[in-house]
Design a protein. Sequence first.
Length: 102
Amino acid sequence: MKWYHYLMAFFGGAFTANFVPHFVRGITGSDFPTPFANPPPPVGMSSPVVNVAWALFNLAVGYLLLRFSRATRKEWPGIFVVFIGFAAMSLMLANVFSAIPR
């Protein structure tokens, strides 16, 4: 794999991790911040429909990045980079979303 395949694998994992909270909050009918909230996050919240749309966008981008990154189960360094991207985004999201007032 070339260096940019690893970069795509990292961001593919990150976009896939960002899919999860927006999709879950959207399909459960809860408001949740997205980049489209007014006022901007973490103050403003977006509707469940916007969250599902944002989640599906993240899933599509994550899929495309993972598909073109050439990370396969047979090549463990690529899968490790996907996991690092997923873990980094997950930890960052936990930190950011824990600061949102409930």
